[in-house]
Design a binder for this molecule. Structure first.
Ligand code: NAD
Length: 261
């Protein structure tokens, strides 16, 4: 646990499910004040808000689309009106869909780039603008993927969006380091969340993914939330522009394991 996270105000996009939800729960246990952004169904977040409060934190929910500039501005002003400030911005919302590239429509391409990359840009820009204006030495955490470096056929739009997130993060880290606003990236491997539900429901599909992970198991959302808590806390005070691969070794060439190659 990180004592300095107590009472810090954190906004998490796409926090109704999966990694966003796990991070919201973790920040709740850190006794932070959590703004839970959700995209569609309010029912999904009521229980989450309650569990954060029970854990000793505080929480409030706001509906919004990360691709909509006004919605993103409202997320930040909602955090400030509700909890008085903004210290940590987690740009987590993301989508993916499988399409061989020769059939990838411009519409599908744009949707994924809009949510995964433009959404991170808007969230980062608005959070940084607020932090600069109020002289807050905040922390921005972006959710990328191992596919910011591992090519992924049939997911060209997704891989392109995550490669963009990595470079956006590094650029912002450099740009705002003098203001002590830290900008870091988490790149998860395969984690057990709704985005992978279909794939992991098929035992063969799950086995194939596990074979790509040197540590041999699919990650838990809590293991990503732990990275976010560290990157938000003062324990990582000298860390900016990092891409933290939380992937059980997936980016370390698993084909070469056990002396092969
Ligand atoms: P998820 O599908 O449970 O979460 C994605 C969330 O984003 C959902 O709650 C969804 O409602 C929200 N969302 C989608 N479009 C939105 C929009 N326009 N505005 C606001 N919210 C929107 O899946 P997840 O695994 O928790 O994914 C979270 C992030 O982690 C994504 O960026 C994903 O690419 C990334 N990621 C996940 C994995 C994994 O294995 N689970 C691996 C690498 C990266």
């Amino acid at each position: 646990m990180y004592k300095d996270l107590e009472n810090k105000v954190v906004v998490i996009t796409g926090a109704a499910t999966g990694l966003g939800k796990a991070m919201a729960e973790r920040f709740g246990r850190e006794k932070a004040k959590v703004v839970v952004n959700y995209h569609s169904d309010r029912n999904e977040v009521d229980e989450l808000i309650q569990s954060i409060k029970t854990a000793g934190g505080d929480a409030a929910a706001i509906k919004g689309d990360v691709t909509n500039e006004d919605d993103v501005k409202k997320m930040i002003s909602f955090a400030v009106e509700t909890f008085g400030s903004l210290n940590i911005m987690v740009n987590n919302a993301g989508i993916e869909n499988e399409v061989p590239t020769e059939r990838l429509s411009l519409d599908d391409w744009n949707k994924v780039i809009d949510v995964n990359l433009t959404g991170v840009f808007l969230g980062s820009r608005e959070a940084i603008a607020y932090m600069l204006e109020h002289d807050i030495k905040g922390s921005i955490i972006n959710m990328s993927s191992v596919h910011d470096r591992i090519p992924w056929p049939h997911f060209a739009h997704y891989a392109a969006s995550k490669g963009g997130v990595k470079m956006l993060t590094e650029t912002l880290a450099l740009e705002y380091a003098p203001k002590r606003i830290r900008v870091n990236n988490i790149s998860p491997g395969a984690i057990d969340t709704p985005i992978n539900a279909e794939k992991f429901a098929d035992p063969q599909g799950k086995k194939e993914v596990e074979a790509l992970i040197p540590m041999g198991y699919i990650g838990k959302p809590e293991e990503i939330a732990a990275c976010a808590a560290w990157l938000a806390s003062d324990e990582s005070s000298y860390v900016t522009g990092l891409t933290l691969y939380a992937d059980g070794g997936m980016t370390k060439y698993p084909g070469f394991q056990a002396g092969r190659g």
